[in-house]
Design a protein around this ligand. Sequence first.
Ligand SMILES: Nc1ncnc2c1ncn2[C@@H]1O[C@H](COP(=O)(O)OP(=O)(O)O)[C@@H](O)[C@H]1O
Ligand SMILES: [Mg+2]
Length: 360
Amino acid sequence: MSTISIENVSKCWNNAFVIKDLTIHIHDREFLVLLGPSGCGKTTTMRMIAGLEEPTSGRILFGGEDVTDLAPRERDISMVFQNYGLYPHMTVRENIAYPLRIRKVPLGQHDGLIAEAARRVELESLLDRKPKALSGGQRQRVALARAIVRQPKVFLMDEPLSNLDAKLRISMRARIKRLQYELGTTMVYVTHDQIEAMTLATRVVVMNHGVIQQLDIPENIYNEPANLFVADFIGSPAMNLLPGRLENGTFIGDNIRIPGAGTGSHDHVVLGVRWEDIQLAASGTGHMDAEIYTVELIGDATQVTVQNGKQMVVVRTEKDFKAKFGAPVSIAVQPNRAYLFDSKSEARLKHLESRTHSGA
Ligand SMILES: Nc1ncnc2c1ncn2[C@@H]1O[C@H](COP(=O)(O)OP(=O)(O)O)[C@@H](O)[C@H]1O
Ligand SMILES: [Mg+2]
């Protein structure tokens, strides 16, 4: 069983905590993604799982066995890093063979294992080249082949797609997801890219400042954000966030009133609503009158930004939508799709936690 348990793990550098009391139980065959902004502690967490960094406190278990004090080589893992870490003086074949040599896999098995790994990432024709004669995408595939050749219990991947161009990143993403499914290997994958996290993960850990903000399946991360940080971090374009207050269930913000946005009253709230949960309406008929600020065709939809004073709101409309900049308009928010957060604690308001966001 390739489960991983991270139990109350903290990491200090120079008396400052970069990881604070982290607990995650990773399931066998899970694709767990650590997601968060740069500097939030993703790589540090990964390096502690790998054994490259020692936790200041807490413990790490593989399959129920405490590995906290084991060296990286004593843990059955393989890693892929952003910069691939290929050996420039070795051919592709030798690079892929390296983990087999290090782990003293009998020589007679090498050719078969290398061929199998190369086949899975379509490198068969490139085995005799040196890394410098490869494109970025091909190098990335060598790093993958090297990670899978030994069939470890656990894969650790730290921003493995960050150095690829946008198109290649999307095809490699699909390849990694498929590979993990075929091999059935437990995966811990680090990224700062929310789309990558949402598309790949069975569960996502959203981190900020070394603290878990939410650990959940992608659907819940998107539909039921636990706090303002997660709401703001997930979604593209970002969720619209409007400051205001709640009065007997009516949200009152700058030039906007939305009856039925919540229940009860609360002095300091932030209302969050995604662009797909707002419609444009004729001026004077919606929750907020505004002007068209800009109109951007993005392919299958049009992204319209409307403005009222300092308040900007992004709305999704049909792809053939046309309007003049400055034209008067109104927006209508679906009240049952709005999220309310306490402005101070940034937590989602409790009375909304149990509400379903099941459509219009
Ligand atoms: N070897 C180190 N010594 C001191 N501070 C470090 C070291 N490695 C990382 N840090 C600090 O720990 C924090 C988390 O870094 P890191 O885990 O690399 O974040 P991420 O991978 O999410 O970008 C950062 O503030 C970083 O500066
Ligand atoms: Mg990092």
